[in-house]
Design a protein around this ligand. Structure first.
Ligand SMILES: CC(=O)N[C@H]1[C@@H](OP(=O)(O)O)O[C@H](CO)[C@@H](O)[C@@H]1O
Ligand SMILES: [Mg+2]
Length: 542
């Protein structure tokens, strides 16, 4: 390694003095103007990770649902997963090293990980549509080339497309062709195969309105449309031609505000969905005949998909270990429905997709979704082989058909990470095959009214949690207070946790009525404010 070249080039990607950042729930995220040095250094780290794993490593430049002025970066591990947690600390150390400490930090990583510098490396780079992303991606490339490594710049791609590409590169194409076209071909042929088998198809093409959050998802869905034309017609809103990224639109806005994106008119019963800024999340919704807004979030998506898979497994008489993984934000009704009616085991993981993904890997079929619409399904290799064997050998036509359906579903699902486009096609295919509308899907169970709030405190780290973040252990007295407040309401639940992506404490409450959920959320916010060092104005009732 030519350390001199690395350090020289680093001085062109200067670190703002004293700036401290952390590789959080989803990589680094902050104002775009503070990230040039982080990008260069993540280029370096991706090369080291690539040498260590002898695989292609991905670097995605995006800040997902955050405002357009922000940006961020996440590293993608060989099988298309998020960067392994042990390396997050290296990422943090590199990002925060002053120029004169950089050499020591790099050497430390190389020694601790026993990295052979002779080993070849290769990095796959992608970026979202933010105005700052192109230059920041160049800084990543500078880091990669400073270490004399190869790279492939995939340009504008969704986060899940880059995860897919990395997985394809490292499995000699067994997962698919490592290009955006390969992704379109794989998903569209699986989708077309599935919907062909729906009974009520006739001449009626499926129609769906999509809010693209003015981001990369809109761009890529437009590109993909020609591959899907015979089966679905998409009406795109917030396609990026005018509005600002994520501004008053997108999956996060719709989920948190519990209302449709601004500027779109929804006819009663019309199915709508929203992507987030890097197209790894999706939520569905519709307005009923009296104008009430109905949200079908990650919990409803997990229920729909797991019901469908369970039905197919029953048809082919295959016993597989299936589970659903949620977080504390999952609506209590969804957990109850899954456990009590569907008899599917449900696990609660800490917030952040990496935690859910890990848990889901423990099962033959692991369905995981965060309530905000980020999730996917993991199917173990053995389970896939068993299904493939049945599809090939089975004599009974109905069973053969069901096994083939499962195989197409496996191809349609992006197993590397949550994927708005893939999830949307999975949902549309299931709705077609079951003859469901969004309303029938919504009626599977009724969400408990809920509310999410944010509280500003001086130092959110004073709050420590346990039991998958459902209870606090610090500061003293807070959990007791929350327990007391929750007791005053019916069907109630509330918890608080420090956010991993924003400088706030998040409060969640649910109860029998919206008024009660709002009131409980406010009372718990006050408890946080008073016990955990609130700053600024005291939280006001909604
Ligand atoms: C309540 C909520 O939606 N939290 C989000 C948010 O994390 P926080 O740690 O809550 O800020 O951003 C994460 C990354 O996108 C996402 O995984 C997570 O679900
Ligand atoms: Mg996202």
């Amino acid at each position: 390694m030519k350390m001199e070249a690395v350090l020289n080039c680093s001085s062109q990607h200067e670190k703002p003095c004293g700036l401290i950042l952390q590789y959080g729930t989803a990589g680094f995220r902050t104002k775009a103007e503070h990230l040039d040095h982080v990008m260069y250094r993540m280029g370096l780290l991706a090369v080291l990770r690539s040498k260590k794993t002898k695989s292609v490593i991905g670097v995605m430049v995006t800040a997902s649902h955050n405002p357009e002025e922000d940006n961020g970066v996440k590293l993608v591990d060989p099988m298309g997963e998020m960067l392994v947690q042990e390396w997050e600390v290296y990422a943090t150390n590199l990002a925060n090293a002053e120029q004169n400490e950089l050499q020591a930090v790099l050497t430390d990583i190389i020694q601790k990980e026993c990295i052979s510098l002779q080993q070849e490396a290769s990095v796959a780079i992608g970026r979202d549509t933010r105005p700052s992303s192109e230059n920041l991606a160049h800084a990543v490339i500078d880091g990669v080339t400073a270490l004399n490594s190869k790279y492939h710049d995939y340009g504008l791609v969704t986060t899940p497309q880059l995860h897919y590409i990395v997985c394809c590169c490292n499995t000699e194409g067994r997962y698919g062709t490592p290009t955006v076209e390969g992704y379109y071909n794989k998903l569209s042929s699986a989708f077309n195969n599935l919907v062909k088998q729906a009974h009520d198809q006739g001449d009626k093409k499926k129609c769906l309105s999509v809010d693209g959050a003015n981001g990369i998802g809109a761009l890529k869905l437009k590109e993909m449309e020609e591959y899907l034309q015979s089966a679905i017609s998409v009406q795109l809103y917030n396609d990026g031609s005018r509005g600002k990224l994520n501004h008053l639109c997108g999956a996060d806005y719709v989920k948190v505000q519990q209302k449709p994106p601004q500027g779109v008119e929804i006819k009663p019963g019309e199915p709508f969905c929203s992507f987030d800024g890097d197209a790894d999340r999706i939520v569905y919704y519709y307005n009923d005949s009296v104008g009430h807004f109905h949200l079908l979030d990650g919990d409803k998506i997990a229920t729909l998909i797991s019901t469908f898979i369970k039905e197919l497994l029953l048809k082919i008489d295959l016993t597989l270990k299936m589970a659903v993984v949620q977080t504390a934000y999952a609506n209590g009704s969804s957990t109850r429905y899954l456990e009590e009616v569907m008899k599917v085991p449900v696990y609660c993981a800490k917030t952040g997709v990496k935690h859910l993904h890990h848990k889901a890997q423990e099962f033959d079929i692991g369905v995981y979704f965060e309530a905000n619409g980020h999730g996917t399904v993991l199917i173990s290799k053995t389970a896939e082989e068993q299904i493939r064997h049945l599809a090939n050998m089975e004599q009974n036509d109905e069973k053969k058909k069901a096994a083939n359906m499962l195989l197409s579903l496996i191809d349609l699902i992006n197993q590397t990470v949550g994927d708005a486009i893939s999830d949307m096609l999975v949902i549309e295919a299931i709705l077609s095959l079951k003859g469901f509308t969004v309303q029938t899907w919504d009626a599977i169970y009724t969400d408990l009214p809920n509310r999410q709030l944010k509280v500003k405190v001086a130092d959110r780290k004073v709050i420590e949690t346990t039991d998958a973040e459902r209870r606090t252990v610090k500061p003293p007295g807070l959990q007791e207070k929350i327990d007391d407040l929750v007791k005053n309401y019916n069907m109630s639940r509330s918890f608080v946790r420090p956010s991993g992506t924003e400088d706030v404490v998040r409060v969640y409450a649910e109860a029998d009525t919206q008024e009660n959920a709002d009131r409980l959320a406010h009372e718990v916010s006050l408890a946080v404010f008073h016990i955990a060092g609130g700053v600024g104005e005291e939280p006001k009732p909604l």
